[in-house]
Design a protein around this ligand. Structure first.
Ligand code: GAL
Length: 432
C-alpha cells in the first residue's frame, strides 16, 4: 500500500521580508556578512532555525561530529531564531533571490522542498546518494518527497510527529480527567474541567502554533483519508465536515491561555504544571527531557506525558527536516562534508535523541530511542500517514502563507465561517 502523500508541486516563493535574528550559540559573523575563512580554516555556513532551548541541542550534537571529522572546516551556525522557521524562511528567500545562499540550509521534505527544487535553487545530490548508498538507507517513499524527475535534492535527517498531545498528569488528575482524551468531544470536556479548576486548559505560543493546532484538529475531526484529500486537486474545503472541524477548532482555541512568545514557553507551562495540555510536535520531547543546559530536565510521565492528539490515534502526522546543497554555495565541498555527516548513521543517532525525533535512516541504533521516542518508532512503523500543513509536507510555501493569514485573521475575529472561506480561497489559489 502506498502510505505516503504524493508530493505537491509549488511555484516560486515570494520574498516575505527580512527578519534576521542572529545566529545560535556558535561561530557567527556580523548580520548580513557572509562567513569566509577563519584562522586559515574554511567556514561552512549551516542555515537552520534551531537556536532555541531543546532544538539547538540536536544541531550541536551533529556539529560536534562534523568538527571531529573535518578539522579543516569551521562550522558557522547561521541559525535564525523563531520556531517553525517563519523568520528563517523569509530571510532564506531573500538570500536565494540575491544569489547569496548559505552553504547548506534546512528545508522540509514534501511540498516545501519541491518549491526550492522547481525554483532551481538546489543542486542534484544523486551522485552523493550513489556514493553513500543512501537510496537503501532511507524509506523509498521519503526519497520520493525530495525528488523530481528521478533526481534527489536533499538529505533527510529525521522524522518528526506533529500530532502529539502533551499533558501534565497532576493537573489532569486534579481536574478529575482520568486519562488523555481520545476524541475531540472528550478533549473539549477535559478542557472545561481544567478551566473550572483555574489552570490554563491549553497553552499556546506564537501564531504559527495555532496553525499547528489546527492541523491536528482537522485530522482528528475529519479522519485520515478526508484530511489527506484536502490537498488533492479539486478538494472541497467548503464541506460541512470541514465546517464542523473548524467549529471544534474555534471551541478548543477558546480554552487557550495567553499566547506565549514561541513554542517553548507554551510547552513549559505544561511541564511546570501551570497548564494542562499543549499540542506540539515531538521536538517538545527534546526540550522537556534534555538536561538543563539545553532542555528542562523534566521527568517523563511525572512532569509531562503524551498521547496522540485527540481523534488521531493510529495516524502519524509527519514531517521531515532535510539539508540541501544550494546552487552557488561558496563552500560547496564543505557543504558536502556536512551533508555526509547529516546522512550518516552516526550523525543521525547523535542528532535525533536530542532533537526529539526518530531517524530518517532505517538502520539506526534502535536502543537509543527510548521513552517517548520508543513509542514514536513503534507508531511510525505501523501508523497511517498524513502530511503536516505547517511544516512543509502537504502545502507549498505560498499556500501556507495564505493559510497562516486566514488563521491570523481568525485569531482576532474568532469567526470560524470566515476562516473556512479563507482556507477555501487559499486552496483555490494555490492547489495544483
Ligand atoms: C519545525 C521543524 C522542527 C522544529 C520545529 C519548531 O518546522 O521541522 O525541526 O524545529 O519547527 O521550531
Amino acid at each position: 500500500m502506498r502510505r505516503w502523500l504524493a508530493a505537491v508541486s509549488i511555484t516560486m516563493v515570494s520574498v516575505l521580508g527580512l527578519a534576521a535574528c542572529g545566529g545560535g550559540g556558535g561561530s557567527t559573523a556580523p548580520a548580513g556578512q557572509s562567513p569566509a575563512a577563519s584562522g586559515g580554516k574554511q567556514q561552512v555556513e549551516v542555515f537552520s532555525w534551531w537556536t532555541g532551548p531543546g532544538e539547538a541541542d540536536g544541531l550541536q550534537a551533529m556539529r560536534k561530529i562534523f568538527e571531529e571529522k573535518n578539522p579543516n572546516y569551521t562550522f558557522f551556525d547561521a541559525a535564525v531564531a523563531g520556531g517553525s522557521g517563519d523568520k528563517a524562511k523569509a530571510l532564506l528567500q531573500s538570500k536565494l533571490q540575491a544569489s547569496t545562499p548559505p552553504d547548506t540550509f534546512q528545508g522540509h521534505a514534501g511540498a516545501e522542498l519541491q518549491g526550492y527544487i522547481k525554483a532551481g535553487n538546489l543542486e542534484d545530490l544523486t551522485s552523493l546518494y550513489d556514493e553513500l548508498k543512501l537510496k537503501d538507507a532511507f524509506p523509498a517513499q521519503l526519497v520520493e518527497q525530495i525528488s523530481v524527475e528521478g533526481k534527489i535534492y536533499s538529505v533527510p535527517v529525521n522524522i518528526h510527529r506533529s500530532n502529539v498531545l502533551w499533558f501534565n498528569p497532576a493537573v489532569l488528575k486534579d481536574a478529575g480527567v482520568a486519562a488523555a482524551p481520545k476524541t475531540i468531544e472528550e478533549f473539549i470536556a477535559a478542557l472545561e474541567k481544567v478551566k473550572a479548576k483555574g489552570k490554563v486548559p491549553l497553552s499556546i505560543g506564537s501564531e504559527w502554533t495555532v496553525t499547528h493546532l489546527m492541523e491536528s484538529v482537522l485530522l482528528g475531526s475529519l479522519g485520515t483519508d478526508a484530511y489527506n484529500a484536502l490537498f488533492k486537486p479539486g478538494a472541497d474545503w467548503n464541506s460541512p465536515e470541514v465546517t464542523k472541524a473548524l467549529e471544534s477548532f474555534a471551541k478548543i482555541l477558546s480554552y487557550a491561555g495567553d499566547p506565549q512568545d514561541d513554542w517553548q514557553p507554551a510547552a513549559k507551562q505544561v511541564a511546570d504544571g501551570d497548564a494542562a495540555f499543549n499540542i506540539m510536535g515531538d521536538w517538545a520531547y527534546g526540550y522537556f527531557h534534555n538536561p538543563p543546559e539545553g532542555g528542562l530536565g523534566k521527568t517523563s510521565k511525572t512532569d509531562f506525558d503524551w498521547a496522540p492528539a485527540p481523534g488521531t490515534e493510529g495516524t502519524y502526522l509527519w514531517l521531515s527536516d532535510s539539508f540541501t546543497l544550494p546552487k552557488g554555495a561558496k563552500n560547496r565541498e564543505g557543504a558536502l562534508a556536512w551533508l555526509k555527516v547529516a546522512a550518516s548513521k552516526e550523525g543521525q543517532d547523535a542528532f535525533n535523541p536530542k532533537k526529539g525525533s526518530i531517524p530518517a535512516r532505517k538502520d539506526a541504533d534502535q536502543a537509543l530511542y527510548t521513552d517517548y521516542l520508543g513509542d514514536a518508532l513503534k507508531d511510525w512503523s505501523s501508523n497511517k500517514l498524513a502530511g503536516s500543513i505547517q511544516h512543509g509536507v502537504a502545502v507549498n510555501q505560498p499556500w501556507l502563507a495564505a493559510i497562516n493569514e486566514a488563521v491570523g485573521l481568525f485569531i482576532a475575529s474568532k469567526d470560524a465561517k470566515a476562516l473556512q472561506q479563507g482556507l477555501a480561497d487559499a486552496a483555490t489559489a494555490n492547489a495544483q
